[in-house]
Design a protein around this ligand. Sequence first.
Ligand code: ADP
Ligand code: ASP
Ligand code: MG
Length: 471
Amino acid sequence: MKFGGTSVEDARAFERVARIVRAHREREPSEALVVVVSAMSRVTDALLQSVQTSASGDVDDALRALEEHFARHKSVAEELLSEHARAGIFSALEDSRKEITEHLRALASHAAPRPALQDEVVSYGERLSATLLASVLKEGGVPARYVDARRLIITNDEHGCAAPIFEETERAMREGLGPLLERGETAVIGGFIGSCESEKTTTLGRGGSDYTAAIAGACLDAREIQIWTDVNGVLTADPRLVRGARTVERLSYAEAAELAYFGAKVLHPKTIQPAIDQCIPVRICNSRAPEETGTLVDEETATAPRTVKAIAHKTDVTVIQITAARMLGAYGFLSALFEVFDRHRTVVDVVTTSEVSVSLTLDDASALSSIIRDLRDLGTVLVEPRRATICVVGEGLRDTPGIAAHIFNTISDINVSLISLGASSINLTFVIDEARLGEAVTRLHAAFFDEPRLQISAQTKVLSTASDTSV
Ligand code: ADP
Ligand code: ASP
Ligand code: MG
């Protein structure tokens, strides 16, 4: 069971988590249970900011800004713990404050490489929330034990976005958690953090606690991986953009993975792979409304009532178009092109090609100026900043005619700068100006989820004639 930052934002939220865990243990008393928890909401942002502030020389300022967050942990302990347990948390907070101070001073004096120190500082968010949650659970009668996740998740040394080394992690998980789970204790670990072979702390990338839960589930052959968050599962669109977004009850692994890759923040993009590898169902539930069924992600392939399951989007996307007449009939061009992105360690998201040009999107444009300089050796480069990708996902897209026509008719007055269809047969992705994102997603959502007349269903497919095109 993984609980995200908003599920542990304050004392009331910790109480809700304790109730959910206790109810589960009562329902399944003989089942082993691992609880993965994120840092309390906003704490990771605050720790990252403290690194930034210290690196520019102002450690005192950085520490002052963290006080509010130490106080939040303290107040959860004061509200929910007995005197003895409270003392344990207070001393953990005091130790953390001292250690963080030392790390921030080291950052200010450039005494050690920043990425490693940054991971070390940021890890306190998850270490403290997990220590606190284990205490709250124990206080509520659950035999819980905090285990430092850095002993369990073994990664490479790519600080900030470390990749787990699966064999070593599996061994560490089984050795580190097996005996206590067999004794009937509930293990509580921080998400998002790990350590590399040199025993330095690493982190798995923002939002990485979901990934920790999936890795733990896969290593321990879990019956189910549960992601507890602040909404009723995966919704038909981002609820911050579409007020009427509804819960999708069932998704295939492939659908969930596409939605996560293309921006549905409710799942970290790497969460699904470990679950697929071990065929473990993933359930997304709401810690504020545990009675709701949420979303179940599994192998399901049966025809769903709706062709389109959900719409995901990403903002702040940059489109680059490279045009080179010499690409015509030549080989080696694409490899030279992608080598540029390789060199600048930049991930390319969506790609389309024509005879003489390639268009692609970047999420991370931090190396953009150097990339453009290198690309100019290959052809004419055009850059479009502030774009958004919209991704329409559903297994039904595989073989339902008319979907693309329906999508582009719905937003026919909005300029579409790049379309990718068929790379994955279950998604259609396209790029528009970010300023028109809200209206585009709202209209598409209405067209696919609110207007049954317009819904292109599996039945339409059966009735369609040979003259239908599939796009
Ligand atoms: P947690 O702290 O539990 O990890 P996140 O903030 O990472 O939670 O993810 C949950 C949030 O993801 C929701 O509050 C919602 O705003 C956002 N979100 C974006 N797209 C979707 C979607 N399709 N379904 C559900 N939530 C979504
Ligand atoms: N606390 C980390 C973050 O904010 C990891 C997570 O919440 O999943 O990115
Ligand atoms: Mg998250």
